[in-house]
Ligand binder design. Sequence first.
Ligand code: GLN
Length: 206
Amino acid sequence: MSTPVVGVLALQGDFREHLAALASVGAQVRAVRRPSELEGLSGIVIPGGESTTIDKLTRIFELREPLLALLRAGLPAYGSCAGMIMLADRVVDTAPGQQTLGGLDITVRRNAFGRQVDSFEADLDFTGVEGGPVHAVFIRAPWVEKVGAGVAVLARVSSDGQPAVAVRQGNLLATSFHPEITGDLRVHRLFAAMVTDHAEKTQANR
Ligand code: GLN
């Protein structure tokens, strides 16, 4: 099987860091700015940044409809921070007119941690990631307030039932924080494995 290509939506935000992290775990990567660049992808990352801007730009660049179609068809996707918001079915505290792509049966609150802790770092136990806690950097991060029955919570900010900050539902993965900027490649490795699994299964079914 040829190496699956993983796209990173490169309209706004820290897409360069995601491209670098994915390349470091051995993925073949492609920056996506136009619909034709979605062709042949085996997975897509939606980076951190500003979800209202990413939303507007996906519409302006005519990426919204093809992205929706690919997500509905089961394309593996990983969203960090603003990307988590883009993948959420429901968002609290949206900007007027803000839309998401959806797919993840979660309710996310934007800028949830409030002003005094706009940005902070924490070490989190992350289900499915071996080798000790993941050092997580939160930057005006959302949290997950509610999850549907099919959603697995992979990490919380603390163990006492605090809001979820990493979730997975089928081929969709999302984190409130930014593993792309810490040099810890384990979350990208997890996503790359999801992409490879899915690519192998879809090839086998052909
Ligand atoms: N607060 C941003 C938003 O609403 C997300 C911040 C981030 O991606 N670091 O989209």
